[in-house]
Design a protein around this ligand. Structure first.
Ligand code: ADP
Ligand code: MG
Length: 339
């Protein structure tokens, strides 16, 4: 047993899949990112049973060229870069060419796609990346990819998945954030055949917050805005009547990407100090635009942490902007202002 052998392609893919596809939510994220990269203006996400039975993403984007359909499921197969240097230039969310190969190796897939250069669409059925069927079908431009029976051939991973409701909650969290941060795309989200929300490009941010979250949240929000030459801050913060026991609804995007930032949470804490009970946290949807050279984004795709070169400045600007908005809404008690 100590001889060295090279693993066959399927075994190698299955092992690699563990890195890209940890849970149903990683599949959802990869598929939505592919749809965004394909210049879609409309994306529908459907899940059944926490994504364990079905994850389907439909887009109206570029589609995949007829002759490229099979190679798309090979590892390191991508249309987005040609050489290593390109990764510094590409604006696309993916470029490693790993997602479809990884997802395909641990599920059953039906892909229907049509590229504008092709007269007819193609329907490809795969089981663990093996072709079951490939036929021509009539189809609009774009792509529908259905991922079924996730981890059916990797029982250890299958067991590792949480209950359908926790997997659904994790998926909803990421779909919500992607819908919020891609205002130029119509999103529709369907869970177990039930429509969860629709957002439209022409909707305002607060209308999308209402569609995605709730009336209660949207009606208790205060708009914030500031623009200095180094930093633009916009979005909404909650008034003092609406707080949560955790910080999960402190949602921050930097240059369009969802991130977690201790500095921003801290700036919010100080801004609301004495105005809300201790142990309670404000909600926010904050969009920050900053020169990319001023941040250090961990480039690992699953990481959301970010480092600001000048985190003092960020904290100060958030504090100033939030305080100003709270003040204008007459929510800061007089006594507090004098201190
Ligand atoms: P990557 O996104 O890193 O390039 P993927 O494995 O996710 O790798 O996808 C492989 C290729 O398949 C992509 O480069 C793209 O050309 C094509 N592709 C995948 N999904 C879509 C889609 N929804 N629309 C158009 N092309 C797609
Ligand atoms: Mg991709």
């Amino acid at each position: 047993m100590n001889r060295i052998i090279k693993l066959d392609r399927e075994t190698a893919n299955k092992i690699a899949a563990g890195e890209v596809v940890e849970r149903p939510l990683s599949v959802v994220k990869e598929l939505i990112e592919n749809a965004i990269d394909a210049n879609s203006t409309s994306i529908t996400v459907e899940i059944v049973n926490g994504g364990k039975s079905l994850i389907r993403v439909t887009d109206n984007g570029d589609g995949i060229n007829k002759d490229d359909i099979l190679i798309a499921f090979e590892r390191h197969a991508t249309s987005k870069i040609r050489k290593a240097e390109d990764i510094y230039k590409t604006n696309s969310l993916g470029f490693r060419g790993e997602a479809l190969a990884s997802i395909g190796s641990v599920s059953n897939i039906v892909l229907v796609t049509r590229n504008s250069e092709d007269k007819i669409g193609t329907k490809l059925t795969l089981s663990a990346n093996k072709v079951v069927d490939k036929t021509n079908v009539g189809f609009n431009r774009g792509t529908t990819i259905s991922v079924m029976d996730l981890f059916f051939n990797t029982p250890a991973r299958e067991k590792f998945m949480k209950s359908s409701s926790s997997e659904t909650a994790a998926i909803s969290d990421i779909v919500n954030k992607l819908a919020l941060s891609n205002k130029n795309i119509d999103f529709k989200y369907i869970v177990d055949k039930k429509n969860m929300f629709i957002t439209k490009k022409e909707n305002s941010l607060i209308e999308s917050i209402f569609s995605i979250y709730s009336r209660e949240i949207s009606k208790n929000m205060i708009e914030i805005y500031s623009d200095t030459n180094s930093l633009k801050i916009s979005g909404y913060i909650s008034n003092v009547k609406l707080t949560k026991a955790n910080r999960k609804m402190q949602i921050v995007f930097v240059n369009g990407r969802y991130i977690k930032s201790k500095e921003i949470s801290e700036a919010l804490r100080i801004s609301y100090k004495t105005m809300i009970p201790s142990g309670r946290h404000p909600l926010c949807f904050i969009f920050i635009e900053i020169n990319p050279s001023e941040i250090d984004v961990n480039i690992h795709p699953s990481k959301t942490e970010i480092k600001f070169n000048d985190d003092g400045l960020i904290k100060q600007e958030i504090y100033k902007t939030v305080r100003k908005a709270l003040l204008e809404n007459d929510l800061i008690p007089e006594i507090e202002l004098k201190t």
